[in-house]
Design a protein around this ligand. Structure first.
Ligand code: G4F
Length: 337
């Protein structure tokens, strides 16, 4: 039985990855920070909360990291622990850097010293491409991060490569483009849209207030993306991969897919921060833009090339963004009705 540690196990990706590894008969350890809130709600949705061994682990505590890695001698470590909300990273630049950059260094250094056989996966991100320098981003596209989050992730991306090249660590990064699911946190735009449109449909909310409706993202289904993480660690030579669908969609288009699912007949008026969405059946204003949700520096568009992942890992995205919107709306409709 292989032993795997997932840091950040209580998040969307941690939960889907834990489920996948349990199906593959791994002994799954979940690193968790002590917290008084119920952190296990996602694991409960998949009914796996009693199948995971939880260990107290804050990756910012170097002694906890050293001990966990020395004592358990994991076969694989998936580092999904992060301050992952880009929008908060300007206000939280120091804690974001501590966990997203320095925490990763503690993990790499501990593996090097105490458990060099352990394979290591680092959750890198398309946010590192930021103000894109090539129209379609792949593994060789230069980076230009636009947020403290993107910068912090770039540090850990390069450190992972550096430890692999300098010390022979079996370590790699997955450059994952946006990936969503019913288990997505409520602060991210897709989940905010699906939840709040359902609330509007059921009459418990009047308006959905958003930021930049014209931002475009390459959105895939998180449940499929965790399979790519696992595949990356099963290769003879560990390398870094872009994981994406290869298609881009605006926030506004995502809203229209969700409205169609909910049979909301939406009409738009105005532009930019004055753009408004009306329900044509009720004539009510249901979507507004507020500058409060604009970011100090925006990533306008991302499109990833999944060619290398397809060729070398045999991985490709199966769920398109329209089907993803449908999956997320169905889940929230059921939950909120
Ligand atoms: O859903 P978002 O907050 O995701 P973002 O910033 O692209 O980051 C996500 O994907 C990355 C992968 O590329 C991960 F690394 C990262 O951890 C995270 O999972 O925002 C998407 C877009 C942005 O352009 C944002 O400005 O939606 C725009 N947006 C418009 N209105 C909004 C809103 N975003 C949020 N969160 N809330 C809004 O009201």
């Amino acid at each position: 039985m292989k032993k795997a540690l997932i840091t950040g196990i209580t998040g969307q990706d941690g939960t889907y990855l834990a489920n996948l590894l349990l199906e593959k008969n791994y002994e799954v350890f979940g690193g968790m920070r002590r917290n008084s809130q119920d952190e296990l709600h996602r694991l409960r949705v998949l009914k796996i909360h009693e199948k995971v061994t939880f260990i107290n682990l804050d990756i910012c505590d170097q002694f906890q990291v050293f001990e966990a890695i020395r004592n358990h001698q994991f076969d694989e470590i998936y580092n999904l622990a992060a301050q992952s909300f880009v929008g908060s990273s300007w206000d939280l630049s120091i804690p974001t850097t501590n966990v997203n950059s320095i925490g990763v260094l503690y993990l790499l250094e501990s593996i090097k010293r105490f458990s060099p056989h352990t394979k290591f996966y680092q959750a890198s991100t398309s946010e590192m491409f930021g103000k894109i320098l090539e129209p379609i981003q792949n593994e060789t596209t230069p980076f230009y991060p636009r947020s403290p989050y993107g910068v912090s992730k770039l540090y850990s991306h390069w450190m992972t490569i550096n430890y692999r090249e300098s010390f022979g660590l079996r370590a790699c990064s997955g450059i994952l483009f946006n990936h969503e699911s019913p288990l997505r946190g409520p602060e991210f735009v897709t989940k905010k849209i699906t939840t709040q449109l359902c609330e509007i449909k059921f009459g418990s909310r009047e308006k959905l207030i958003l930021g930049n409706l014209n931002a475009k993202r390459d959105w895939g289904y998180a449940k499929e993306y965790v399979k790519a993480m696992w595949l990356m660690l099963q290769q003879d030579h560990l390398e870094d991969y872009v994981i994406a669908t290869g298609k881009t969609t605006s926030v506004k288009e995502f809203i229209s897919f969700c409205c169609a699912e909910l049979e909301i007949d939406l009409a738009w008026e105005g532009e930019g921060e004055f753009e408004k969405g009306f329900d044509q059946k009720t004539n009510k204003l249901i979507i507004e833009v507020s500058k409060d949700y604009y970011r100090p520096a925006e990533v306008d568009i991302l499109i990833g090339s999944p060619k290398k992942a397809k060729k070398q890992l045999g991985w490709e995205a199966k769920t398109d963004v329209k089907s993803l919107a449908s999956i997320m709306v169905s889940f929230d409709r059921e939950r909120l009705s």
